[in-house]
Ligand binder design. Structure first.
Ligand SMILES: [Zn+2]
Length: 84
């Protein structure tokens, strides 16, 4: 099919660098936030829907972080809910 398209920005919200988040444990990608039609947010791997993604709802980077590391180390206090 056509040329490869950079689609990370297409419908996805990027997570600010100031927010501490783990990389995808499967492929090492920095997660993105997807807003679905119902206005719910999912923190997910930009590369593959089968990699870990949080349940739809509030933006839960904390949940993502817990599930993408072999051992959970809180980086520092930060609000897991991001206002965009
Ligand atoms: Zn991944």
């Amino acid at each position: 099919m056509g040329l490869p398209v950079k689609n990370a920005m297409n419908g996805y919200l990027t997570i600010p660098k100031s927010i501490c988040c783990k990389l995808c444990k499967t492929c090492g990608a920095r997660p993105v936030i997807k807003a679905d039609a119902a206005g719910l947010y999912v923190v997910k791997c930009p590369n593959d829907d089968r990699h870990y993604q949080t349940r739809a709802g509030l933006i839960d980077i904390d949940d993502w972080n817990r599930n993408n590391s072999l051992y959970y180390v809180p980086c520092r206090d930060f609000n897991s809910q991001v206002s965009c």
